[in-house]
Design a protein. Structure first.
Lengths: 289, 333, 240
């Protein structure tokens, strides 16, 4: 195979990886601040994808237009989930939190199965097969648009956390939980906001991912794991790490699909997860503890 | 008061004997459908007990326990198909393989000081890694899986574990009782005390001279070996196994529902939880069937709801409260 | 020969020297007090001796045997029993089971360990709570449970980290009596970190004063409390 085949695959991997990165960013934000490990992350992603498919079917619009409404809707869901269900678990042992979210995941997966059936659903956009040509390089339009959208959403989130007063308060909470309580920050609301931001990322990413593939109810666990792989490789709680690791995983999966068999590509991610957990649990980019 | 206290063990024993008597007689009164449900319940009771050793006793959260169940299934089935080795020889070998896998994963994780969510993820990653790996090994049937020769009705061959549901019912009942006994022995021995101490507070446990690494690896190996046997038996019961069903994360979650709902860290909890969940789930399915609805996912949705409610409102599971209610003391193990 | 010899023990946390070259000895059969203002490095010293953390430099010798850098479980098996300043009961286990875990150090047999545990509980006036879950105990009771658990391991040297804090004066006197009896009757060696001077003065034959990770005074109780450097550090820092 000549180099341009590899180059095309790598570019595709980078673009897909950015969307993965956005999804993982949501997980990272939730963990970094709320210290809750969202075991239902992929299931939420699956729900967002179904909503995108439904929205496109109903209004016949491009899923990318649904990005913001979906992010808003998922924000509300995440906010409600955190403040009503997860928050009372903040003082419970870790495994109780995990199991709570595993239960939420089961409910979402099987709820979707009951509502939509087991068959794959997708959206067709008229530019689905188009691509930009740069000499020998071919860049899929859908992937490029999705990746740009992912970058935009990620940038907005960075901006929110760096610049807005609420974002700063949230970061204060993350750095020093007790201190935040002492100075009278409404931690419950801030945590719910953060969880909402995390699920909003998932909502936006879901709108993009339906461009890249179909959705089935059983997709959840795989995406949850993918998000974990990315977040751990990038360093749990690091926002930039999530995006970079998303790209890394996107590229390595794409290359694995080319060199090995496509169905073996997630083995590479899981292998990477195992190696990172064993040898660099703070993540490839994280500071050593 | 004193007489009540001294009556407790007797009452507990009477309850156990009654339950065992009912379970022994069940296959002779139950129809084929009910029998298949009971087989399922016993399967989850047994495999839940196995997981409980690791999480309920030693406090190590494994969310990839399907790995050991699947290895048990694949190793014993492969030995049967490719080497002509019957289950009586195959099951111990499979259990040894699973125990080794559990020990290796435990060794890696605990040597590198991986705990909590990282350990849980590591176990999922190993299970998923194995699942995809097995899907690409043709010799093991690939993604399509392995099939054992199906036996004709009425055939009973205890040596090769070939037979109808009744055979498997008794095999699983024996396993469940054996696991209950083993867990009771473990729980009341030094190992059990050490596991519980580690679960409660590793640092304090270590300060009392407990080698955390050794006892954690031990828990992983024992739990894996026990889980493995369930996989072997299921393989011979269903006569088919696929990587997705054997190692998938849905399987890993199914395993842990019983103990979580019944009572984590208790001896009766995993059994009770398995029977309650399987019973309610099947009742729901039957109810939907009767009303003419085929709803795939309904029972799983229901399990999710039950898990959520139990975790929220009954963090210790059903058994501790029930035991108190039945006058079996509040520390029934 | 001294039972415990600590030489040049040093530990830094992110540049801050919590313990800076501390050297001292504890004679077999003695009760030694380790005092100093908040943040002096007393708990860190204990953690270093008991293997909870590794020293950057220095050595620890128990009964002539080097135990520097031992893990906590090996240190315990070598003969060090320790309590935690922030108590760590096994909350979901009964009080008896908590102590039984410790007693299983000396025997593999659970029944024997339980008998031993009951004796220790009696000694610490916790026997009436034996069947309760440790999570239901009050803080002073939890402190006593810490002691009982460590004691049950049958240590040569017992490290007590502020086990009297929060106790009423009568309870303190009871504890003092317990330790004195133990020391006299079993020859148990005790190194005790304590802010309650009433207890230290009553128990310790020798007092070591730690300040900013360094030993600034050492000697008999009467001698140490009159030491100008000690008065200076207590008055200069926040007195406890
Ligand atoms: N694990 C740790 N990480 C970072 N700093 C630590 C750690 N443990 C202790 N320190 C710091 O080391 C110094 C000594 O602490 P240490 O707990 O040993 O003091 P202490 O004498 O026991 O005080 P107190 O009387 O309050 O218990 C303190 O400044 C403390 O903040
Ligand atoms: Mg201290």
């Amino acid at each position: 195979m000549s180099w341009d085949v590899y180059a095309n695959v790598v570019i595709g991997g980078i673009l897909t990886g950015l969307v993965y990165g956005l999804m993982a960013l949501g997980l990272s934000v939730i963990f970094g601040v709320v210290r809750v490990v969202n075991f239902a992350h992929g299931e939420m992603m699956m729900v967002a994808m179904y909503l995108a498919v439904l929205g496109c079917g109903t209004w016949g619009v491009d899923p990318l237009w649904l990005m913001l409404p979906l992010a808003a809707l998922m924000f509300v869901l995440g906010y409600a989930l955190q403040s009503l269900l997860v928050h009372p678990f903040m003082t419970r042992p870790d495994h109780a939190q995990f199991m709570l979210l595993v239960a939420v995941g089961m409910i979402l997966t099987n709820g979707a199965l009951i509502l939509f059936g087991p068959d794959a659903r997708g959206v067709q956009v008229d530019y689905a097969l188009d691509s930009f040509e740069f000499g020998p390089l071919l860049i899929d339009k859908v992937r490029l648009y999705a990746a740009l959208a992912a970058l935009a959403v990620a940038a907005a989130l960075f901006g929110f956390f760096r610049l807005s007063a609420t974002g700063k308060a949230i970061r204060a909470c993350a750095d020093n939980y007790r201190g935040a309580l002492v100075v009278g920050l409404d931690v419950r609301r801030l945590f719910a906001l953060t969880f909402g931001c995390g699920t909003a990322c998932v909502g936006a990413a879901g709108a993009m991912l339906v461009l890249l593939g179909d959705v089935t109810p059983s997709l959840g666990p795989a995406y949850t794991l993918l998000a974990f792989v990315i977040v751990i490789v990038g360093g749990l709680g690091s926002m930039a790490g999530a995006l970079v690791a998303g790209v890394l995983i996107g590229v390595s999966e794409a290359l694995a699909g080319l060199i090995l068999v496509p169905s073996m590509k997630s083995m590479v991610s899981f292998g990477l997860l195992i190696l990172v957990l064993l040898f660099r649990p703070q993540g490839l980019l994280g500071r050593s503890a | 008061m004193n007489s009540l206290v001294s009556a407790l063990p007797g009452r507990r024993r009477a309850g156990l004997i009654l339950a065992l008597g009912l379970l022994l007689a069940a296959p002779w009164v139950a129809g084929p459908y009910l029998l298949s449900v009971l087989v399922l319940a016993l399967y989850y009771a047994y495999v839940g007990q196995a997981w409980n050793v690791m999480m309920g006793f030693a406090g190590q959260l494994s969310l990839g326990h399907a790995l050991y169940v699947g290895l048990g299934a694949y190793v014993s089935a492969t030995l049967y198909l490719h080497a002509g080795l019957g289950p009586w020889a195959g099951v111990p070998i499979a259990a040894a393989v699973s125990a080794a896998a559990g020990a290796v994963i435990g060794f890696l994780a605990f040597r590198f000081g991986i705990g909590g969510v990282y350990f849980a993820l590591l176990t999922i990653a190993f299970a998923e890694f194995t699942r995809i790996g097995f899907e690409h090994v043709d010799w093991l049937g690939g993604a399509g899986g392995l099939f054992l020769p199906v036996v004709e009705r009425g055939h009973l061959d205890i040596v090769d574990l070939r037979g109808g549901p009744r055979l498997f019912y008794y095999v699983l009942l024996a396993l469940t009782v054996a696991a209950l006994w083993l867990c009771h022995r473990l729980r009341t021995s030094r190992i059990g005390y050490y596991w519980l101490a580690i679960r409660e507070d590793p640092e304090a446990a270590q300060a009392l001279g407990i080698d955390l690494f050794r006892y954690r690896v031990l828990a992983a190996a024992i739990s894996a070996a026990m889980a493995s046997v369930a996989g072997s038996v299921a393989a011979f019961y269903y006569n088919s196994l696929t990587p997705a069903d054997s190692f998938g994360s849905a399987k890993s979650i199914e395993i842990i529902l019983g103990p979580l709902v019944g009572g984590l860290g208790t001896l009766i909890g995993p059994i009770l939880g398995a029977f309650v969940l399987t019973g309610l789930g099947e009742a729901l399915r039957a109810l939907l069937d009767v009303t003419g609805h085929q709803v795939p996912g309904a029972t799983q949705l229901f399990y999710g709801l039950v898990l959520l409610l139990v975790i929220k409102y009954l963090p210790g599971g059903i058994w501790p409260g029930l035991a108190r209610h039945l006058g079996l003391g509040n520390r029934v193990g | 020969m001294a039972l415990l010899e600590v030489a040049g023990l040093t530990k830094s946390f992110r540049g801050l020297k919590a313990v800076a070259g501390a050297s001292f000895t504890v004679e077999a059969g003695a009760i030694v007090g380790l005092i100093g203002p908040n943040g002096a490095g007393k708990t860190t010293c204990f953690n270093l001796i008991a293997g909870a953390i590794r020293p950057d430099a220095g050595t620890v010798t128990l009964d002539g045997r080097p135990i520097t850098g031992f893990s906590a479980d090996r240190a315990c098996r070598a003969g060090i029993g320790r309590t935690f300043q922030v108590v760590k009961p096994f909350v979901q286990l009964s009080v008896l089971d908590n102590v039984t875990v410790g007693a299983l150090r000396a025997t593999r047999d659970v029944a024997t360990a339980q008998r031993a545990a009951r004796q220790v509980l009696e000694l610490l006036h916790l026997d009436h709570k034996a069947g309760q879950l440790a999570g239901t105990l009050t803080l002073p009771e939890r402190k006593r449970l810490e002691v009982a658990r460590a004691l049950a391991t049958g240590p040569k040297l017992l490290l007590l980290d502020e086990v009297m804090a929060g106790l009423r004066p009568t309870e303190i006197d009871e504890m003092v009596a317990v330790f004195r009896t133990l020391n006299r009757e079993t020859g148990l060696t005790i190194l005790l970190v304590e802010h309650v001077m009433r207890a230290v003065m009553a128990l310790a034959g020798k007092i070591i004063v730690l300040h900013h990770g360094r030993i600034i005074a050492e000697g008999g109780p009467d001698q140490v409390v009159r030491d100008p450097a000690v008065l200076e550090c207590y008055l200069g820092g926040a007195p406890a």
